[in-house]
Design a protein around this ligand. Structure first.
Ligand code: UDX
Length: 455
């Protein structure tokens, strides 16, 4: 891991790439990390964005705003799927205009390609119309992408739309997934979801290559299948966050009391609980989590994002004196410095929604997981954590205090926990190793740089 400052000294290679992230936290973070990785190889970076507050933290990048009022769009759409469908239409003109003016700017290095989030499928024809190659960044796992790509087949076979009676049915084409693990996203408009996924998959196939925040040793089988089905160059160069000392792309400010509180806890004793930037629970589920944690006897650090409990502002539903009764055994924050928390010696387990960033961050610190997926790719990631990598316990979506207590005990007290921990450490070492010179991710990065330089 190197300090990004050192890479400022790196000679520029006279090439510039334009990055266009999706505005969600779980997508913007890996795109900015990728920007830093490419920058460290001498490539200059321009970011096209809506109105992100992170620009000040990246003075070495050039930012261009496109005139789309995200808040207005959010308010006008029923849900996130509708929003993305609409943005894939409404961004065409402003994105193209922005690219045209960037291409005309002779004061900067020539632009060799665009790298856009897989959800921005509209950027493929735009890039083609300007004769610019487009490389896709897919910010989640390869295994979940393959599940999305199988949607037409699953529709044909009558597996989609999901019927409750088929929940436990295995899907031979997507082993070890069951129907309940399919990456569906609740939406008022299922057609919109199918359209979004089909756009993402077909325009990925049409692209000049794909970058994965994953590594060969973790997803070898899925990558082999991907390469068979998608005849484009694939660059698994992850885990991105391990290239440099933590640089923040957090849209919320992290509560540093998380670390001072962890400093007072015994090694490997704390269960860290966080469900990422989007997942929400209802009031009853929130109370089950609270009592599960209270009853489990392990110290806990719990991130309760304001707005993540439907119907409540924050933690006002907790009984009076809840934390006081526990005598300091629990600490609740609105947002934590997650990478630091996972790397802290006191952290012994991570109860997570299995967003891909969280999953990778946990693996990279050797922290076993308790899996509580909420929607989309999280379900696939969780099943892989449980059945393929065997570094976590799946809660099977039950938010019930007894279940929660048992899962925490399994990780911290029972022999199974020790085995989980050992396997996670083996994966952590593989992740560290993949970034060493001449090993898989580092080699894939060399190929990516060669590819960008060849355009
Ligand atoms: C979204 C989707 O929900 C997820 O399924 C997909 O894989 C990526 O996009 P999100 O739900 O936010 O992401 O989860 P995740 O991918 O885990 O990303 C969350 C990021 O926020 C992580 O990098 C994590 O370190 C950070 N985080 C989270 C904090 O810094 N502090 C916190 O308190 C919680």
């Amino acid at each position: 891991m190197e300090n990004l400052r050192e890479s400022h000294m790196q000679q520029r290679v006279g090439r510039r790439v334009v990055l266009f992230p999706s505005p969600l936290q779980g997508h913007i973070t890996p795109m900015l990390q990728l920007g830093n990785i490419l920058y460290s190889k001498g490539i200059s970076i321009t970011i096209i964005h809506f109105n992100s507050p992170i620009t000040a933290k990246y003075p070495h990048f050039t930012f261009h705003l496109i005139p789309i009022d995200l808040m207005e769009h959010e308010a006008a759409t029923a849900d996130v799927i509708d929003l993305f469908l609409l943005l894939n239409v409404n961004c065409i003109e402003p994105f193209k205009d922005c690219l045209v003016s960037l291409l005309a700017n002779v004061e900067e290095e020539p632009i060799t390609c665009v790298i856009t989030d897989a959800v921005w499928y509209f950027t493929q024809p735009v890039a083609e119309s300007l004769k610019l190659p487009r490389i896709v960044l897919r910010t989640s796992s390869v295994c979940s992408f393959l599940a999305f790509a199988a949607f037409p087949l699953l529709h044909e076979k009558g597996i989609l739309p999901i019927q409750d009676s088929q929940f436990e049915l295995s899907i031979p084409e997507l082993q070890p997934l069951k129907v309940k693990d399919l990456p569906v996203i609740e939406t008022r408009n299922p057609d919109a979801l199918n359209q979004l996924i089909s756009g993402m998959v077909s325009q990925t196939k049409a692209s000049s290559g794909i970058i994965w925040n994953s590594f060969e040793e973790l997803e070898q089988t899925a990558l082999t299948k991907f390469r068979q089905d998608f005849p484009i160059p694939a660059f698994p160069i992850g885990p991105f966050h391990k290239y440099f000392l933590a640089s923040s792309s957090s849209l919320l400010s992290a509560d540093q009391s998380s670390i001072s509180w962890l400093d007072k806890q015994a090694p490997k004793s704390v269960i860290y609980v966080s469900f990422g930037s989007l997942a929400a629970v209802n009031e009853a589920e929130f109370l089950e989590i609270a009592w599960g944690l209270a009853n489990c006897n392990q110290p806990f650090l719990w991130v309760v994002r304001p707005g993540s409990i439907r119907g409540s502002e924050w933690i006002e539903l907790l009984p009076n004196g809840f934390l006081e009764i526990l005598g300091g055994r629990g600490h609740i924050v609105k947002w934590a410095p997650q990478q630091e928390v996972l790397a802290h010696p006191a952290t012994g387990g991570f109860w997570t929604h299995n967003g891909w960033n969280s999953t990778l961050e946990s693996i990279c610190e050797g922290v076993p997981m308790i899996c509580q997926p909420s929607f989309g790719d999280q379900r696939v990631n969780a099943r892989y954590v449980d059945k393929v990598w065997r570094v976590g316990v799946h809660l099977e979506n039950k938010m019930e205090r007894g279940e929660i207590e048992r899962a925490i005990r399994k990780v911290f007290v029972e022999a199974e926990g020790l085995e989980l921990r050992e396997r996670t450490m083996v994966l952590k070492e593989k992740a560290d190793n993949s970034l060493k010179q001449g090993v898989s991710s580092s080699q894939a990065l060399d190929s990516l740089i060669r590819c960008i330089s060849s355009f």
